[in-house]
Design a protein around this ligand. Structure first.
Ligand SMILES: Nc1ncnc2c1ncn2[C@@H]1O[C@H](COP(=O)(O)OP(=O)(O)OP(=O)(O)O)[C@@H](O)[C@H]1O
Ligand SMILES: [Mg+2]
Length: 356
C-alpha cells in the first residue's frame, strides 16, 4: 500500500477538523473496519454495495467502477479498502493531485493486475488530460500512449486488464458529467446518526483497549459532528485525560470534562467555530457581514473560515450564507447564551454598518 501519494489537507492542531495527520493516520489505519459487516451505519450504501460486489463475485467478474462522495472522514477510503477485500483483489492507492500528467496515469494503469482495485482519492483534482485518458480506460480498458512530440507524435493503443476504479471525492458537484457517468455505481455518504457514532466509539474503544461506559460513548458521539474520524479522535483525547486525571475508565463526566479542556463544546463546536460565531454575534450584531470582514475579525484566512468552520455551522443551522453576507440564526444566539437585538429577532438585519 502506498500512502506517499495521498495528499493530506490536514489542518494540524484542530481537534475536530475532519482530516487526518501523522499519528492519526497510523491509528486510523488500525481502526478501519475490514469488511462490510464491520462497517457501521450508511445502511443504504452498504446494502447497495453488497449487491454490486456479490453479483460481480458470482459472475466471476471484476466489479463495476464505484464513485464515493461525501464529507471528509465519513469512510470513503475505508470503503475502498473494503471493496478490495471483499473482491479479494489487491488495491492501489493514489490521488488526483498526484496525477499531474496523463503519463503518470498511463504508468499506473498499465501496471495494474487483472481485477485490481485502483483507488483514486480526490478524483476531482486530477488534471484535464489525465481525466480524458481515464474516460477511455474506464470504458474500454484501453489507453493511448503518446510517443514523441509535435507532428511526429504517434498514439500507441495499449490494452488494459479489467480493473475496478474506486473514485472518492468530497465535492461530487465538481466532477465533470462525462466522468461521473462512467461510474457504474455512485454512493453518497451521509453524516452519521449519534447512535451510529456511539457504536463507532464502542468499537474503537475495544480495539484500543479502553474502558468506556455507554454514557461516556454517547457524550463523545454527540460532539463528533456526525463524523467517525472525529469520534475516533475525540475518543483518543478523552482516553488521555481519563488515564492522567482518573483511573482510565471513561464515564460521561470524564468525557465532558476532557472535551471541555480541549475546547470542544456540547454541540461539537471548537474554538474556531465559536470564534466565528462570537464575532458574528458580538461585533456585527448577527450580520449580515461579508466573509472577508468576518475572517479579519477572527484573525483567520478567508478560506479557513469558509471551508473549515462554515460548513459545520451551516449544517447545524447556526449560520446562513446569504447574498448579502453571513447571518447568524436564532439558534446561534441561543447556543452562545446571548440575546439577539430586536432587529434580528424580527428577522431583518437591515441598516447594519457592516453589511456585505
Ligand atoms: N462506517 C464506519 N464504521 C467504523 N469506523 C469508520 C466508519 N467510517 C469511517 N470510520 C473510521 O473513520 C476513519 C476515517 O475514515 P476514512 O479515512 O475512510 O474517511 P474518508 O471519507 O476517506 O476521509 P477523507 O475524505 O478525509 O479522505 C477511519 O479510520 C475509520 O476508522
Ligand atoms: Mg480518505
Amino acid at each position: 500500500m502506498n500512502w506517499d501519494d495521498t495528499t493530506d489537507t490536514s489542518d494540524g492542531e484542530r481537534l475536530v477538523g475532519a482530516s487526518a495527520d501523522g499519528e492519526d493516520q497510523a491509528v486510523e489505519a488500525a481502526l478501519r473496519p475490514k469488511d462490510l459487516g464491520e462497517f457501521i451505519g450508511q445502511e443504504k450504501v452498504r446494502e447497495q454495495l453488497d449487491l454490486v460486489l456479490r453479483a460481480a463475485r458470482a459472475r466471476g467478474a471484476t466489479a463495476d467502477h464505484v464513485l464515493l462522495s461525501g464529507a471528509p472522514g465519513l469512510g470513503k477510503t475505508t470503503l475502498s479498502m473494503i471493496i478490495a477485500a471483499e473482491m479479494e483483489a489487491p488495491i492501489r492507492i493514489t490521488s488526483g493531485p498526484a496525477i499531474q500528467h496523463a503519463g503518470d496515469l498511463a504508468a499506473i494503469l498499465s501496471s495494474l493486475q487483472e481485477g485490481e482495485v485502483l483507488f483514486l482519492d480526490e478524483i476531482h483534482r486530477m488534471s484535464r488530460p489525465a481525466e480524458e485518458m481515464l474516460y477511455m480506460a474506464m470504458e474500454d480498458f484501453r489507453v493511448d500512449v503518446i510517443i514523441g512530440k509535435g507532428p511526429g507524435a504517434t498514439a500507441i493503443p495499449l490494452e488494459l486488464p479489467p480493473f475496478t476504479l474506486v473514485g472518492a471525492t468530497t465535492r461530487a458537484g465538481l466532477l465533470p458529467p462525462p466522468l461521473r457517468d462512467r461510474f457504474g455505481f455512485t454512493a453518497h455518504m451521509e453524516f452519521y446518526e449519534p447512535a451510529e457514532l456511539e457504536r463507532v466509539v464502542h468499537r474503537s474503544a475495544s480495539l484500543l483497549d479502553v474502558e468506556i461506559e455507554p454514557d461516556g460513548a454517547a457524550e463523545i458521539a454527540g460532539r463528533s459532528r456526525g463524523t467517525p474520524r472525529i469520534a475516533n479522535r475525540l475518543l483518543r483525547r478523552v482516553r488521555d485525560y481519563a488515564q492522567v486525571k482518573a483511573d482510565g475508565l471513561i464515564t460521561k463526566d470524564i468525557a465532558a470534562a476532557a472535551l471541555a479542556v480541549y475546547e470542544v463544546d456540547a454541540r461539537g463546536l471548537d474554538r474556531l467555530d465559536r470564534g466565528v460565531l462570537e464575532a458574528l454575534l458580538k461585533l456585527f450584531g448577527g450580520g449580515p457581514v461579508g466573509l472577508s470582514t468576518l475572517a479579519v475579525a477572527v484573525g483567520e484566512e478567508r478560506e479557513t473560515v469558509e471551508e473549515v468552520a462554515e460548513p459545520f455551522l451551516v449544517r447545524e443551522g447556526l449560520l446562513a450564507r446569504t447574498p448579502r453576507g453571513r447571518v447568524a440564526t436564532p439558534a446561534a444566539w441561543a447556543h452562545l447564551g446571548l440575546t439577539p437585538p430586536r432587529s434580528q429577532a424580527a428577522g431583518n438585519g437591515q441598516g447594519n454598518l457592516f453589511g456585505a
